[in-house]
Ligand binder design. Structure first.
Ligand code: BTN
Length: 241
């Protein structure tokens, strides 16, 4: 399924397979399905029943892009939206993917677990890990050309980049981070983060926790020191008061 966008030619930096495939250095990213408008690349990948490990779906825009914790992911043209199939279950995958994201974009800082923030603290990218039976669907959204919300930023505000190069670099970097030991992942994540050492407001399910973000647990949990003691947060949304 290949839908060529924007008339007869491809826009500079297009993530279409003919531009992407020559730049891939590893196994992730093949085979690749490039689509125009879809509900969500996660849906397309979930429906691709015989997709092998590393299969990739890239879209130009999404009508029902979704983020973590049931939030929408606003997906206008000009940004990057893709999903990769990973068969291996790994509790540190969200952190590994966050490290690949910051490396591929080449700037920014990570908010737990894997939001990419611009140097001035606006959201520039995010990662959603979903399961479809035994399969892991890793979805990535990066605001390359357009900041869709007043609270978000676009990479182009800071540097000139090509979407296809960010995508190729992400896939290669993720492959490297997946091969590295857990302690190394935790150590590197701590050196690129905007969360630890700060007072934080964490939404967990229906609850709001206030405390100091002090560390990461062995499986990438956020260790929060609250008035009542230490709490390990497995999934939640961090804000700063
Ligand atoms: C977040 O920060 O909340 C995660 C955002 C993940 C968005 C990406 S865009 C590609 C893939 N398809 C989706 O519907 N969501 C992910």
């Amino acid at each position: 399924m290949v839908v060529e966008e924007r008339g007869a030619g491809l826009a500079p930096g297009s993530p279409a397979p003919q531009c992407l495939l020559p730049r891939l250095k590893g196994r992730l990213g093949r085979p690749c399905r490039y689509v125009g408008t879809v509900s969500s690349t996660q849906d397309v990948l979930a429906a691709w029943k015989d997709a092998p490990e590393g299969a990739l779906v890239v879209a130009e825009r999404q009508t029902r892009g979704r983020g973590r914790l049931g939030r929408p992911w606003v997906s206008p043209p000009g940004n990057l939206y893709f999903s990769v199939l990973l068969r291996e279950a790994d509790p540190l995958l969200p952190l590994r993917a966050g490290l690949a994201l910051v490396e591929a974009v080449g700037l920014g800082i990570l908010k737990w677990p894997n939001d990419l923030l611009s140097p001035d603290g606006r959201k520039m990218g995010g990662i959603l890990v979903e399961r479809s039976g035994p399969r892991g669907l890793l979805g990535v959204g990066i605001n390359v050309e357009r900041a869709p919300l007043p609270t978000s930023a676009a990479v182009l505000e800071f540097q000139k980049v090509e979407r296809v190069q960010i995508l190729a670099d992400f896939l290669w970097s993720l492959e490297q981070w997946r091969a590295r030991a857990g302690e190394e992942v935790l150590r590197h994540w701590k050196s690129r983060n905007a969360t630890l050492g700060r007072e934080a407001v964490v939404q967990v399910g229906g609850r709001t926790l206030f405390g100091q973000a002090v560390d990461l647990g062995p499986n990438g949990e956020l260790v929060l020191r609250t008035e009542k003691g230490i709490t390990l947060v497995r999934a939640g949304d961090v804000g700063f008061p």
